[in-house]
Design a protein around this ligand. Structure first.
Ligand code: NOJ
Length: 666
């Protein structure tokens, strides 16, 4: 008697031999979305698996193959027969701990197709499909079964046969700077080198985002053309294999969001919905705004390493705490307080000590001073990818923070690869994925919330682990001063941000600093707090910039919320511009942010989302008519207006500029 179970249903195959005789090697299943417009069709054709996807009767993905190649065993690809299939409808509404949308509906139809090879060794495989109104998802499930308790995955053969002439936007995979590249536009057919997901595609008829959800214990999926078709390319381990797994095992969900336009793409919550509800109590999780002993290092005033200009001294930290208190910022990040930054810290990361501070810094004094002033410390773990070194100290390092009442930690994985078990591995490999997950779970055990830099990509696991507050995972503002064009932040909402929140480190108002000149106008720095979602947001500049130079603009940074009731994209085009309105969580107030690329733009916004018949005070932070990201970054205007539902407002965004609006119900 063989029993295997997944999800809610259970399949008991009582007499395998009899069953195999009954197997059909041909079958077709249609999985229709609740509104019937999105349809995934699974095909078993003479024992081989494939699928195609339609929306409104039009092909979105042509027939695409499915399968898994194994090391030392025949691939799970042919000779399959149908055992049985189950279908169910699921409809729930859940409340987020934080996010772009407070209340989320998770509504789909699901079919699980249980297959078994009709010839020896009669291996079992399940394909589970879900159809949502905003896309489709599927995954492979390999049940526990006789004569196979673990396997080595050599390749995943999943195809996504999208029109090769469709336009796509992506960043390259397997590169030294991990996820931190500029976006390129090219026809799908030219993706001959692997690209990261989410991969954004415009077919002319629909907009797509191909990605994955619930990435655990497996290499992350990249995509590249294989012959005439786009195919999954799972990030390999150093031995070339994609994953070592024990059965039962499920791959992450393969996901295709299908939207009628690019703005619609940004409203999908399918990736979060494909993740489980949290297990356990996460009511302690709390979004936070923070400043940092940080940007001063980037502009060359201070250093991470010990020396004359060392940033993380007890004195500096206490001064910054005073500023946080004065500015109403509840937390302070301290980088460079621990031993190990001397010399070339990128090369010497193996020396990092996560519990020992430099002689000029005392974490106990600093955290106590912070507590007395209502300011929490955000701890820092820069691993430089030396995972073996970090994992030896990790638990004690979290215990140390916990003992001092520190609830937030920023982690970092600078470096092109990681050292795990003495081997050089990709961040996005199975071993990398396992490490990041270990940290999330350990942090949760110690009541710690995380901001992960150089992370693996988001796949919605923050629904299950709400203490994973945010991550970097794209070029952030650290690349300003030459390597960021204004268009970059106009790509992000349609690409990277489809994978979840991002710590872009906004709010750098010293935009003309000679050491790190920003390719933005000053008001655009405020817009980022609305256009780029993050539940931990940094007020990234040095305190004096807010206290002395631009207190008027700072007021917006202080006010802007970190979690939203609703989000409504108002206008946008990939790489050109993006304007979004967000309603504050449990409040009638709204915020609007807009950014443009190198081109100036006048946009008309139709304010139809406010409560009817009520006056709102709009505080508008915008570029002056003569502002420009190159030679007049500081041209800004702050004005107030009364706005009501149904009003139209015209906003000007200078080249490389943007605007932010706060709408308060009167
Ligand atoms: C790169 C991170 O992105 C950055 O925020 C951090 O300051 C440095 N590494 C040092 O950890």
């Amino acid at each position: 008697m063989l029993q295997y179970a997944y999800g809610n249903e259970e399949c008991i195959v009582s007499f395998l031999g009899e069953l195999f005789k009954k197997n059909k090697t041909d079958a077709v299943y249609e999985i229709k979305s609740p509104n019937g417009r999105v349809v995934a069709t699974f095909i078993l054709d003479r024992g081989r698996m494939s699928y195609f996807v339609k929306k409104d009767e039009r092909l979105v993905l042509r027939q695409s193959k499915l399968g898994i190649a194994l090391k030392d065993a025949a691939p799970l690809v042919e000779n399959f027969g149908l055992v049985r299939a189950y279908t169910k409808t699921f409809d729930e509404t859940w409340k987020a701990h934080w996010g772009e949308q407070h209340i989320v509906r998770n509504h789909y139809n699901e079919t699980a197709i249980y297959l078994a090879e009709v010839e020896k060794p009669n291996r079992l495989l399940t394909l589970r499909f879900r159809a949502y109104d905003d896309g489709v998802a599927f995954r492979y499930e390999i049940p526990a079964q006789p004569e196979m308790d673990k396997l080595v995955i050599a390749d995943e053969l999943t195809e996504f046969a999208v029109d090769t002439s469709a336009r796509s936007w992506s960043i390259p995979a397997y590169q030294p700077d991990r996820y931190e590249y500029n976006y390129s536009e090219m026809p799908v057919g030219q993706l001959t080198d692997a690209v990261h997901t989410p991969l954004t595609i415009d077919t002319g008829a629909v907009c797509l985002s191909i990605h994955e959800a619930a990435l655990y214990n497996y290499g992350s999926m990249t995509l590249k053309m294989s012959g005439p078709v786009l195919k999954a390319d799972i990030t390999p381990l150093s031995d070339g294999m994609r994953a070592y797994v024990e059965l039962p095992f499920s791959t992450p969900w393969r996901t295709v969001i299908i939207a009628h336009d690019m703005l619609d793409l940004t409203t999908s919550r399918m990736i979060l919905n494909l993740n489980d509800a949290p297990r356990g109590d996460f009511s302690w999780v709390e979004p936070v705004k923070f400043m940092g002993i940080w940007w001063a290092m980037y502009v060359g005033e201070w250093t991470w390493a010990l020396g004359e200009r060392h940033g993380a001294t007890t004195d500096h930290a206490m001064q910054y705490i005073d500023s946080c208190r004065n500015l109403g910022i509840p937390a302070l990040l301290v980088e460079g307080w621990n031993d190990g930054w001397e010399g070339d810290w990128l090369e010497n990361g193996e020396r990092n000590k996560f519990l020992e501070s430099t002689p000029d810094f005392d974490m106990k004094i600093v955290s106590e001073y912070g507590r007395a002033n209502g300011v929490e410390i955000v701890g820092h773990h820069e691993t430089v990818g030396f995972i073996d070194n970090y994992e030896e100290q990790m638990e004690d390092a979290f215990k140390f923070y916990k003992s001092l009442g520190i609830r937030y930690v920023k982690t970092g994985y600078a470096g092109s690869k990681m050292t795990i078990n003495g081997q050089r591995e990709y961040h996005h490999s199975q071993l990398g994925v396992l490490h990041y997950q270990k940290v999330v779970e350990l942090a949760a055990r110690y009541g710690i919330m995380l901001d992960v830099h150089e992370p693996i990509k988001g796949t919605g696991i923050e629904r299950t682990w709400p203490n994973l507050m945010t991550r970097e995972g794209a070029r952030g503002q650290e690349y300003e001063g030459g390597a960021l064009a204004p268009s970059h932040a106009c790509y992000l909402p349609f690409t990277r941000m489809l994978a979840g929140g991002m710590d872009y480190t906004p709010g750098i108002l010293d935009v003309t600093n000679y050491a790190k000149r920003m390719a933005t106008t000053i008001t655009r720095q405020l817009a980022y707090y609305v256009t780029i979602y993050s539940s931990m947001q940094m007020a990234s500049d040095r305190p004096q910039i807010y206290e002395v130079n631009y207190h008027d603009l700072y007021e917006f940074i202080q006010d802007v919320p970190l979690t939203w009731e609703r989000t409504i994209p108002l206008m946008g085009e990939v790489g050109k511009c993006f304007v979004v309105a967000r309603q504050e969580w449990d409040s009638p107030n709204w915020y609007i942010g807009g950014v443009t690329n190198e081109e100036g733009r006048r946009v008309e916004l139709y304010i139809d989302f406010l409560e009817p018949g009520v006056n709102y005070t709009a505080t508008i932070y915008r570029d002056s008519e003569d502002a420009h990201y190159r030679d007049h970054q500081l041209g800004y205007v702050i004005e107030e207006k009364v706005i009501r539902q149904g009003d139209r407002i015209e906003m000007y965004m200078a080249p490389g500029g943007g605007f932010a609006i706060r709408l308060r119900k009167q």
